[in-house]
Write a protein that binds this ligand. Structure first.
Ligand code: SF4
Ligand code: SF4
Length: 425
């Protein structure tokens, strides 16, 4: 029945008669009118854009003429370790390598696989160095267009109800969950998760999102491979794959934290309205109801429960920059801590493609040049201000819009899952 409905919706899309809404449009429609029925909507596009550690890429790179060396032992791209194999590619002058988003460059502690992926997607040249079994190195400057394979694989992405992070201890905490060392005694909070826009929140029974579902990964067409690591029934997450050639740099990159740099990516998933149950799941996925565990970052244990409304309702999705307020400090803290390296003090400008609207600049800028409401989380009645967001609803909405456009323009077809997602725990 569901597969038939998929085909009916695809047919409506082909005829230009389907109604497609982004998750934001859907939530607004229901808020304003009180309800919605099967005849009002055919597809909802949901998306998330977030720091997600479980990101990797596989590249095949021609680095030398055939016969120059027998086998690659180690490789680096812009200093980021790239792991050769499993194919030995003996004497082919080619390397197959795996690069982790979180692997840090041996030359620059603030540059990692996430920044490398963004540079590659932007078409920049990178330096590939290979240490050979023979004991000499070969190096080449190449762009991703010279690679013969470039595919992103994720191990753990798109988490439903990720969480907020606090530090109840006295001492500051350097952690990957904060942009600057997290102040102690619950003075500040960070969080991750796009709440009611998250695709898995909008399909709570995982009835239309499954193995084989077509998705957009950083604007490129991709596919769900299965559940991700640490996926549970309550907190499912996904493993996806997508070729990198069509990705757009505004949706991915590196993300500096107070510990090691991490990586962020964006994923959009269509939710075809094949039944009343699917519609009900979408209607119930609202920020006011979606739980957000508040986690003691020291021991990675929940100490309270809040809702996503605290951080996504009545806030600004975008952070504003007013150059007139910039007092041109010699030591610009924003440039030093901006996790995506979006701010350039010389130019007094924010790169809109890089900025994830995390808001970390608001609290460190000496001249009040940045502004935006980030919300609070609540622990035992106490309001704790959010000082940095690890997810971007602004980028998630943009990607959901793009998926809607592609569906309406016939560039993206719906596929019923070939198998249900089975989380192990
Ligand atoms: S800290 Fe703020 S005011 Fe100072 S240079 Fe940087 S952006 Fe300008
Ligand atoms: S909001 Fe501020 S700190 Fe965050 S990415 Fe944008 S410019 Fe950088």
């Amino acid at each position: 029945m569901a597969a038939k409905r998929f085909e009916e919706i695809n047919e409506k899309l082909r005829r230009g008669e389907a109604v497609v809404m982004t998750a934001s449009e859907f939530k607004r429609y229901v808020k304003e009118r009180g309800s919605i029925s099967l005849k009002d909507v055919d597809v909802v596009t949901a998306a998330t854009s977030s720091v997600m550690s479980g990101v990797s890429a596989v590249f095949q790179i021609p680095v030398a003429e055939k016969g120059r060396f027998t086998r690659a032992v180690k490789a680096y791209i812009n200093g980021v370790p790239a792991f050769p194999g499993p194919a030995p590619n003996e004497r082919l002058g080619l390397i197959d390598v795996v690069v982790y988003g979180t692997s840090v460059s041996i030359d620059d502690p603030e540059y990692n696989g996430g920044f490398l992926f963004r540079d590659l997607v932007e078409g920049r040249e990178v330096e590939v160095v290979v240490e050979t079994r023979e004991g000499f190195s070969v190096s080449r400057s190449l762009s991703m267009h010279d690679f013969t394979f470039a595919r992103m694989y994720t191990f753990r992405t798109c988490y439903r109800n990720y969480g907020a992070f606090v530090n109840p201890r006295k001492e500051e905490l350097e952690t990957i969950f904060a942009v600057t060392p997290m102040k102690g005694e619950l003075q500040e909070a960070t969080f991750a998760g796009c709440g009611e826009l998250n695709p898995l929140a909008n399909d709570p029974e995982l009835s239309v999102i499954g193995v084989g579902t077509r998705v957009l990964v950083n604007a490129a067409s991709g596919i769900i491979i299965g559940c991700g690591t640490r996926s549970t029934r309550e907190h499912p997450n996904l493993s996806v794959a997508a070729d990198m050639w069509e990705m757009k740099a505004e949706y991915l990159g590196g993300f500096r934290t107070s510990a090691e740099p991490d990586a962020y990516i964006s994923i959009a998933i269509p939710i075809p309205i094949v039944s009343e149950e699917v519609l009900k799941g979408l209607m119930e996925a609202v920020d006011e109801k979606l739980p957000m565990p508040v986690i003691d970052t020291n021991i990675r244990t929940p100490i309270a429960q809040d809702r996503y409304a605290s951080v996504w309702q009545g806030v600004d999705y975008e952070v504003s920059f007013n150059p007139e307020n910039c007092i041109e400090c010699e030591n610009c803290m924003v440039e030093q801590i901006c996790p995506t390296k979006a701010f350039n003090r010389e130019l007094k400008a924010v790169n809109p493609d890089y900025c994830t609207h995390c808001g970390a600049c608001i609290h460190v800028c000496a001249g009040d040049a940045f502004s935006g409401k980030l919300g609070h989380i609540v622990v035992e009645g106490r309001l704790i201000p959010v000082v940095a967001r690890f997810s971007s609803r602004a980028k998630a909405e943009k990607l959901a819009e793009l998926l809607k456009k592609r569906l309406l323009e016939g560039e993206f077809q719906l596929m019923p899952p070939v198998e249900k997602l089975h989380c192990r725990s």
